[in-house]
Design a binder for this molecule. Structure first.
Ligand SMILES: Nc1nc2c(ncn2[C@@H]2O[C@H](COP(=O)(O)OP(=O)(O)OP(=O)(O)O)[C@@H](O)[C@H]2O)c(=O)[nH]1
Ligand SMILES: [Mg+2]
Length: 222
C-alpha cells in the first residue's frame, strides 16, 4: 500500500520533470543540454548533504539549514572537452535526498536511474557511518545488475582534530573493501567538496557518454 503510494508520487514527479526537460528546459526555465547525468546524495540526517550541494552551486554554507523533506533538485551545466576536439554539453541533475529515518524508504526508491551516488556521513558521528553502510547495502540490493558509481564522503573534516569518531583508516578500509573511492570534505570550509564531486562525475559520465575517449576534461559552460 505504502509502496504503491510512493510509486504513484514518483511517477507524477518524474512526469512533471520530464515534461520540462524534454522541452529542452530546466525547471528554472533555462535551456538544458539533452544529455543528463543523475547524481544523488544520500546518508543520515544532518550529515551535510544539502550544504555540500550549496557549495557545488557556489553558495554560502548555512549553519541552520532546515532538514530536507521530500526531494530537492538542482541542475548544473557542464561540457566535456575531448582530445579529438569534440565538445559535448551535458547537465548534471543533482538529487538531494532526506536523511531522516522515516523517509529512508522513499529516498531509496527515488535512487532509481542514478548514474552516481555520493554516500555522505559525518566523521564526528559514529551512527552516521553505520547509516552510510546501510545505504551502501540498500544501493547494492536495489541494483542487482549494474551498480551506479558510488563514492563515500566523510563530511565535517573541519572537526577532525577535536571531535572525530571514525578514523580515516577505518573509513578508507570500508571503502576499499567495497570498491568505492573515499573522500574527506568540509562543507563548512568548502574543502574537498568539488574534488569529490568531480571524481564522481568523471567516473559516472561514461554511463551517459559511452564513446568517451580516455582523456577528457570536464569544464563549466562559461
Ligand atoms: N562543522 C561542520 N558542520 C557541518 C558541516 N556540514 C554541515 N554541518 C552542520 O550540519 C547541519 C546540517 O546540514 P545539512 O546540509 O542540512 O545536512 P543534511 O544532510 O542535508 O540534513 P537532512 O536534510 O536533514 O538530511 C548544518 O546546518 C551544520 O550545522 C561541515 O562541513 N562542518
Ligand atoms: Mg538536507
Amino acid at each position: 500500500m505504502v509502496n504503491n503510494l510512493l510509486r504513484m508520487i514518483l511517477t507524477l514527479e518524474l512526469l512533471l520533470l520530464s515534461m520540462s526537460c524534454l522541452a529542452g528546459r530546466t525547471i528554472s526555465g533555462e535551456k538544458s543540454p539533452a544529455i543528463r547525468l543523475k547524481i544523488s546524495l544520500v546518508g543520515g540526517s544532518c550529515v551535510g548533504k544539502t550544504n555540500i550541494i550549496c557549495r557545488l552551486e557556489g553558495e554560502d554554507f548555512l549553519p541552520n539549514m532546515p532538514a530536507t523533506w521530500g526531494i530537492d533538485f538542482s541542475f548544473l551545466k557542464r561540457h566535456v572537452h575531448e582530445v579529438n576536439g569534440r565538445q559535448t554539453p551535458f547537465t548534471i541533475w543533482i538529487w538531494d535526498m532526506p536523511g531522516v529515518m522515516r523517509l529512508r524508504d522513499m529516498a531509496r526508491y527515488r535512487l532509481q536511474h542514478s548514474n552516481g551516488v555520493m554516500i555522505v556521513y559525518d566523521i564526528t558521528r559514529k551512527e552516521s557511518f553505520e547509516h552510510a553502510q546501510w545505504w551502501f547495502d540498500a544501493i547494492k540490493s536495489s541494483y542487482p545488475f549494474l551498480l551506479p558509481v558510488v563514492i563515500l564522503v566523510g563530511n565535517a573534516s573541519d572537526l577532525a582534530r577535536s571531535d572525530r569518531q571514525i578514523s580515516r583508516a577505518d573509513a578508507q578500509a570500508y571503502a576499499d573493501k567495497n570498491s568505492m573511492e573515499y573522500f574527506e570534505v568540509s562543507a563548512l570550509k568548502n574543502q574537498g567538496v568539488q574534488e569529490a564531486f568531480d571524481a564522481l562525475v568523471s567516473k559516472a559520465l561514461p554511463q551517459v557518454l559511452p564513446n568517451l575517449s580516455a582523456d577528457f576534461v570536464i569544464a563549466t559552460n562559461d
